[in-house]
Design a protein around this ligand. Structure first.
Ligand code: 13P
Ligand code: SF4
Length: 460
C-alpha cells in the first residue's frame, strides 16, 4: 500500500495544450518548467491548416516539436486535441483521447476554465514569449511573399521567422544597417538586409550612411572596404569568408611589382586585402574598372590581381595592362561551350557574364559587367529569357525581383559568399565574436583609404 502511494506521487503526467502555430521559444521554455514525469503535448486546432492563423498541418507541427525535443531528455508524446464543439462534453472527450493526466498547462483561458470546472488541477506556467505566435506568422507571411519565388516553402519561412524578427529588432535598436551582396542567400537578402548591391554600390552606402554600425553580409574584403571608408563605424562580418582573388596576392607582392615596374601606377581590384589596397594607387570594382583605367594619364598600368578580368579590360582599352595571375575560382569555371549550347537551343536568350569570366566566354555574350550591371540589364531589357554567367545569388535576385523573366542555363555557387547564415548575423548583433569585428591597423587603413577615395572620386 505505501509503495503504491509512493509510486503514484512520483509518476505524474502533465497535459500541455497549445496550437504550436508555430512552435516557438516560449513553448520550449514552458516545457522546461514542467516537472511531471511525462508530458502529453496536445496540439489544438489540429484539423485546421493552410489558413493564415493555422498555416501548418498537424503533421507539420508534430514534426517541428519532434525535431526540437527528440534530442532532449523530455519524456513526451504528441496527441491531436479536438476543437471545442460542446463545452460540457469536451474535457471528457479530451481525456478519452489522451488518457489520464494529473495537471493541465495551457495559455488558453477558455481551456483553463473548462478543466477547472471539471475539477482538474490547472497550473499557471510562465510562457515567456518574447515574440508571439501571431508575430511569427505575420513575419513568415512577409518572408513567403519574397521567398516563394525561389521555391522556399511556408514552413521554411515559419522556421526562420523568429530569427529574422530578432535580427530586425536588434538592428533597429543598435542603429545598425545590414548590407548584403547580391551573392547572398535569399533569406538574408529579403529577410534582413537593408541594402542589396554590388561591391561598388555597397561601398558607397557604407561610406555615406549615417548608421553607427554596419553588418556586412559578404566576404571579408568587402567588410574591410566598409571599415576603410567609414573608420568611425563599427563594421562586422557575420562569418570568416575569404575570396580566391583576395588570397592570390599580398602587400609584399605589390611592393615587388612596383620595384619591377617603377613609376607605373597600380590599379587594384577591390577583391583584395586592406594591406594590398594600402600599396596601391587606386582601387576599382567591376562596375568602374574601365572608367578608372581610362581616367589615369599613364599608358601603362599594373592591374591586380584578377588576370581574367585583366584580359577582358585589355580588349577594351588601348593602354598596356601588366597583370597578376589571380583568378576567381567561381567564374573561371564557366565554359564557352555552355554559351554555345544556350545560343543554339534558345537563340532569343540574352547572355550576360561577369568581368571575372574568361574572355572566351565574355567575347560570346551580350553584356559583360558587374553584378549590378547584369541586374540593370535584365530590368531594362524587354527580353524574357536570360543566361547569367555568374554566382547563383543573382539568379535568385532576378527570380525574386523580376518574376516574369526566365533564367536558362546554370550558375555556380561561391563557397565563400555562401558561408554566411542568419544565425551568424544574430551572433554579430547580440554578442559578436572577435573574428566578426573588423579591426585594421591605423596606418594600413589610412593608406588604403587613399586608394579607395581615389576610386570614389574617379568614378563620379
Ligand atoms: P561585383 O562588384 O560585381 O559585385 O563583384 C564582386 C565579386 O566578388 C564578384 O565575384
Ligand atoms: Fe571571390 Fe569569386 Fe567568390 Fe567573388 S565569386 S567572392 S571573386 S571567389
Amino acid at each position: 500500500m505505501p509503495c503504491r502511494y509512493f509510486l503514484s506521487i512520483i509518476f505524474m503526467k502533465a497535459l500541455f495544450i497549445g496550437r504550436f502555430q508555430p512552435l516557438h521559444k516560449g513553448h520550449l521554455d514552458a516545457l522546461k518548467q514542467i516537472s511531471e514525469n511525462e508530458i502529453i503535448i496536445g496540439i489544438g486546432s489540429s484539423q485546421y491548416n493552410e489558413t493564415s492563423n493555422n498555416p501548418c498541418s498537424f503533421e507539420e507541427r508534430k514534426k517541428m516539436i519532434e525535431n526540437k525535443l527528440d534530442s532532449s531528455n523530455i519524456n513526451y508524446r504528441i496527441i491531436a486535441i479536438p476543437d471545442i464543439n460542446d463545452e460540457e462534453k469536451w474535457v471528457d472527450h479530451v481525456k478519452d483521447i489522451t488518457g489520464e493526466f494529473d495537471t493541465v498547462y495551457t495559455g488558453n483561458s477558455v481551456v483553463k476554465d473548462l478543466f477547472k470546472k471539471k475539477g482538474y488541477s490547472v497550473k499557471d506556467i510562465e510562457i515567456n514569449i518574447k515574440i508571439s505566435g501571431t508575430e511569427i506568422r505575420k513575419e513568415a507571411e512577409r518572408l513567403f511573399k519574397m521567398l516563394e519565388k525561389t521555391k522556399r516553402t511556408f514552413s521554411y519561412c515559419l522556421s526562420i521567422a523568429p530569427t529574422t524578427l530578432e535580427i530586425n529588432k536588434l538592428k533597429r535598436e543598435q542603429d545598425a544597417i545590414i548590407l548584403a551582396h547580391s551573392y547572398q542567400t535569399t533569406d538574408i537578402m529579403y529577410g534582413v538586409a537593408d541594402f542589396l548591391g554590388d561591391s561598388y554600390g555597397l561601398s558607397k552606402i557604407a561610406a555615406e550612411h549615417s548608421a553607427k554600425k554596419i553588418i556586412f553580409c559578404s566576404v571579408h574584403f568587402m567588410g574591410e572596404t566598409a571599415k576603410i571608408l567609414s573608420p568611425e563605424k563599427e563594421v562586422l562580418i557575420p562569418a570568416v569568408a575569404g575570396c580566391s582573388l583576395a588570397d592570390s596576392i599580398t602587400a609584399e607582392d605589390v611592393k615587388n611589382l612596383k620595384e619591377k615596374y617603377p613609376g607605373i601606377p597600380v590599379v587594384t581590384y577591390v577583391n583584395t586585402s586592406a594591406e594590398v589596397k594600402a600599396e596601391s594607387d587606386v582601387c576599382c570594382t567591376s562596375s568602374n574598372a574601365l572608367k578608372i583605367i581610362e581616367s589615369i594619364p599613364n599608358e601603362e598600368i599594373i592591374f591586380i590581381p584578377d588576370m581574367l578580368m585583366g584580359h577582358n579590360l585589355q580588349k577594351r582599352t588601348k593602354k598596356k595592362l601588366i597583370l597578376w595571375d589571380g583568378v576567381c575560382i567561381v567564374h573561371e569555371r564557366f565554359d564557352k561551350r555552355a554559351v554555345d549550347k544556350i545560343r543554339a537551343q534558345f537563340p532569343e536568350t540574352k547572355i550576360l557574364a561577369h568581368y571575372e569570366c574568361t574572355s572566351s566566354v565574355t567575347d560570346a555574350v551580350d553584356l559583360v559587367g558587374s553584378t549590378s550591371d547584369m541586374l540593370n540589364y535584365v530590368k531594362d531589357n524587354p527580353a524574357e529569357h536570360y543566361m547569367l554567367i555568374t554566382e547563383c545569388g543573382i539568379t535568385d535576385r532576378v527570380q525574386t525581383e523580376f518574376p516574369n523573366k526566365n533564367i536558362v542555363g546554370s550558375c555556380q555557387l561561391c563557397p565563400y559568399m555562401k558561408k554566411i547564415k542568419l544565425e551568424d548575423i544574430l551572433v554579430a548583433l547580440k554578442n559578436p565574436r572577435k573574428d566578426q569585428v573588423i579591426n585594421l591597423d591605423k596606418e594600413v587603413l589610412q593608406k588604403a583609404k587613399i586608394s579607395l577615395d581615389k576610386m570614389m572620386e574617379l568614378s563620379k
